[in-house]
Write a protein that binds this ligand. Structure first.
Ligand code: ADP
Ligand code: MG
Length: 262
């Protein structure tokens, strides 16, 4: 079930990515509507991070293409913020919290231009939004997992992008951080931004996302959450993995279909 989107803000066509000639993502095609909160959901190793990296051209495409706002990435890069999966970040990198958030401003500058007062102000505001302003001078490695994640989200906020791609922003974060991050995502969506999040908790996926993409190397489904979050499609995505299916059964039994927008 791939719902056709007539004026997608992000469009992916036949996208294939291979590592050592083994496909990690195969023939992915889908489009997402502007202003949606999208959850990209699938088992470990399903190619979720690979898809995000392919969108940002951090891994080569073996086939297919991607359009943002009907354009190639290069001409719209500033409008797209990417928060990588936490475990892929080198935390010994010698940088303070403020240094990291400031980096979000460089994409808006021409080469060699220095950051100005306004950039610093924007970086400060972003830190305040994630409730980390008082940690501005700390080294990033001194923080807890949830705090580190919030700093990386502040960097994305400082970029003032239109599309936010986030790889497992809730993995390994405390409950308070998860709440803060969810509130920020809701606020971004209210401002008309489009949010695309890799997520693996099926229980919260139903609550958080109004659009869902199920992936297991192939795109199994893409569409409004109420159409995609079905036992059949989830079973197909998770290859009948028992523990996961029990989890799905529970979610469906609880009828947690009160997605935020309805
Ligand atoms: P997910 O994020 O859904 O857990 P990934 O996109 O990280 O999945 O990985 C998809 C598959 O590609 C996995 O089998 C993984 O082992 C493999 N893979 C990921 N990155 C690389 C890489 N740099 N080199 C070789 N194989 C990789
Ligand atoms: Mg991943």
């Amino acid at each position: 079930m791939i719902k056709k989107e007539h004026s997608p803000i992000l469009e992916v066509h036949d996208l294939t990515v291979t590592y050592d000639s083994k496909p990690a993502l195969y023939n992915a095609s889908f489009g997402i509507p502007k202003g949606s909160m999208v959850g990209l959901v699938g088992p470990n190793g399903a190619g979720k991070s690979t898809l995000l990296k392919a969108l940002m051209e951090l891994v080569p495409h073996s086939n297919g293409y991607v359009k943002f706002f009907n354009e190639n990435l290069d001409s719209v890069r500033k409008k797209i913020a990417y928060v990588p999966q936490k475990e892929s970040v080198d935390w010994d990198f010698p940088a303070t919290v403020f240094d990291i958030v400031e980096m979000g401003r460089y994409g808006n500058k021409s080469l060699f231009k220095r950051l100005n007062k306004e950039d610093k102000e924007i970086a400060k505001e972003a830190l305040a939004e994630v409730k980390m302003l008082e940690y501005a001078d700390r080294h990033i490695s001194e923080l807890s997992g949830g705090q580190q994640q919030r700093v990386f989200i502040a960097r994305a906020l400082a970029q003032k992008a239109d599309i936010y791609l986030m790889d497992e922003p809730f993995a390994g974060v405390d409950v308070a951080s998860e709440k803060t991050i969810v509130n920020i995502l809701v606020q971004l969506q209210n401002e008309g931004k489009t949010i695309f999040v890799v997520h693996h908790n099926l229980q919260t996926a139903v609550e958080y996302f109004d659009w869902m993409i199920l992936i297991n190397k192939n795109i199994v489904a893409s569409g409004p959450t109420k159409d995609v979050f079905t036992p059949e499609l989830l079973q197909k995505t998770y290859d009948g993995n028992l523990t996961t299916l029990e989890q799905i059964g529970q979610v469906i039994q609880n009828k947690q279909f009160s997605t935020r927008k309805s």
